[in-house]
Structures are given as structure tokens and as C-alpha cells.
Design a protein around this ligand. Structure first.
Ligand code: ADP
Length: 250
């Protein structure tokens, strides 16, 4: 079964003569439990696709079915429980005056999760922080630890799908692999489906089974991770992208 089906998605900013198309006639499926990557140059529309799914893109047309729900302009409460997003910058995404405990308990309360107290301990364990971090403020955490909190927050409502927008690119190189490995483990443990945006093919190759390559608002090619490693791309832009990242793919 598909966790996500996207058909003929267009997303644009502005209207009339001011209109600019960020995503143009994009279609793809993501199977339940799959990890799917969106790659391509900056400005090609990758993040906008995630935003359209999440319901924070202004104008869109086409058809999107996500977590068993055919999406309209408004998302249901259940949708926001099923689909959670992790952003690039863990510094910007956590409120500076809220403890880890507050961040996690507020999300759970909002989604009607019971047993909040023990769930927080479990979540902190799941993301490799442990309960000692429960009453810390963001300024008392490293970048990697903050991203672990952001991931715990995304997991708090027990979602089925995580939308990951460059989840490691704001972190020190030494920390990136730790967070990627954590995401690999969490997908398995929580039976999650991932859609990950990254400009880094090494990162995508580590986490994803299949990728779509984007250029100028369109998907130019789909590739399995093995084809990606063997540079078996037919589209010239994809070949160029793979050849320039060959070292991070092997
Ligand atoms: P990517 O994630 O591939 O780097 P984006 O999805 O962020 O690309 O952007 C796709 C296009 O949409 C770009 O041309 C970008 O300038 C434009 N865009 C993104 N956000 C906005 C916005 N809020 N207002 C106007 N244009 C935007």
C-alpha cells in the first residue's frame, strides 16, 4: 500500500504576472515503510513539495493522498498526528524558553496522547538522549542534541510518516552520521515512512531506497539506490549530479 500518492502537483507563489512556479506537474508514490529521497539543486522545488504535503504551501493543484487521506486545502487533525516534519535548523525550530519536557508534553497534549510522563522518558531514550536531558533548555544542548529533541517532538504524536527537510545539513560533519544512523534505527523501530529532502547524495544514499531527481520545478528521473551507486542514470543532469558526488556515494 502507498503511504503517499502525488499526482500532477503544481505549487506556485504569487498570482497573475507575478506567478512563479516552484513545483510543476510532479507525480510520485511512496510505499508504506519506504524511505524516499528528493534531491537536486537548490531552488528546484524539493522543500516546496514537503510544504505542500504538510499544508504550508500557499497555492497548489493536483491530487495528494497521504496516510490514507485525500488532501484538500485543509488538513484533518488526524493528518497532523500521522504526518510530522523535521526541519533543517534545530536552533530555529525549538523555542528558547521551553524545556525539552515542555516541548514534548505540549505536542502530546495537543494530540491527545495519554501517559505523557512515561512517554517522554521513552522518547528521550529512543532518540539517544536519556532522561537527564528532560529539563534542559535549548541553549544547554549541542546542535546534534537539539536535532534529537526535534526528532523526539516529531515522534511524540506517534506519526506514520516523517517529512525530513535537510535534517542533517545544519550540523557539524561529525554529528551528521550519528543523526542519520538514528533516523535509520527509528524508521525500523517505529515502522515509519520517510520522505527526505537533501542536496547531499551521500546522505540520501545512506537513508533512502529510492530517489527522485529534481531540476527547475520538475522531476527529471527516478532511481533506486543501487542504480545511483552504479551511476546508472539516463538523464544528463542526473548523471552530472551523481558524477560530482561519486565520493560520498561509495
Ligand atoms: P529547494 O528546496 O529545492 O532548494 P524550494 O522548494 O525551497 O527549493 O524553492 C523552489 C522555488 O520556490 C525557488 O525558486 C524559490 O525561490 C521559490 N520559493 C520558495 N519559497 C518561496 C516563497 N515563500 N515565496 C516566493 N518564492 C518562493
Amino acid at each position: 500500500m502507498n503511504a503517499i500518492t502525488i499526482r500532477h502537483l503544481d505549487v506556485w507563489f504569487g498570482n497573475g504576472t507575478e506567478r512563479s512556479d516552484a513545483v510543476s506537474d510532479v507525480s510520485f508514490d511512496v510505499a508504506e515503510g519506504e524511505s524516499f529521497g528528493l534531491v537536486g539543486e537548490s531552488g528546484s522545488g524539493k522543500s516546496t513539495i514537503l510544504r505542500a504535503i504538510e499544508g504550508i504551501a500557499p497555492n497548489w493543484s493536483g491530487e495528494m493522498s497521504v496516510a490514507g487521506e485525500l488532501l484538500s486545502k485543509r488538513r484533518s487533525h488526524q493528518f497532523y498526528r500521522n504526518v510530522q516534519m523535521v526541519f533543517q535548523d534545530p536552533y530555529a525550530s525549538l523555542h528558547p524558553r521551553q524545556t525539552v519536557d515542555r516541548v514534548l508534553s505540549e505536542v502530546m497534549r495537543l494530540h491527545g496522547v495519554t501517559d505523557i510522563d512515561s512517554r517522554i522518558d521513552k522518547l528521550l531514550d529512543d532518540v539517544g538522549l536519556g532522561t537527564g536531558f528532560r529539563f534542559r533548555f535549548p541553549h544547554q544542548l549541542s546542535g546534534g542534541q537539539r536535532q534529537r529533541v526535534a526528532i523526539a517532538r516529531a515522534l511524540a504524536p506517534e506519526p506514520r510518516i516523517l517529512l525530513l527537510d535537510e535534517p542533517t545539513s545544519a550540523l557539524d560533519v561529525s554529528v551528521q552520521a550519528e543523526i542519520l544512523n538514528l533516523l535509520v534505527d527509528l524508521r525500523e523501530e517505529h515502522k515509519l515512512t520517510y520522505v527526505m529532502v537533501s542536496h547531499d547524495l551521500g546522505v540520501v544514499g545512506h537513508l533512502c531506497e529510492r530517489i527522485a531527481v529534481m531540476k527547475s520545478a520538475e522531476i527529471v528521473e527516478f532511481l533506486g539506490v543501487e542504480e545511483m551507486r552504479k551511476l546508472q542514470a539516463t538523464d544528463p543532469y542526473t548523471r552530472h549530479l551523481l558524477e560530482s558526488s561519486i565520493h560520498s556515494l561509495r
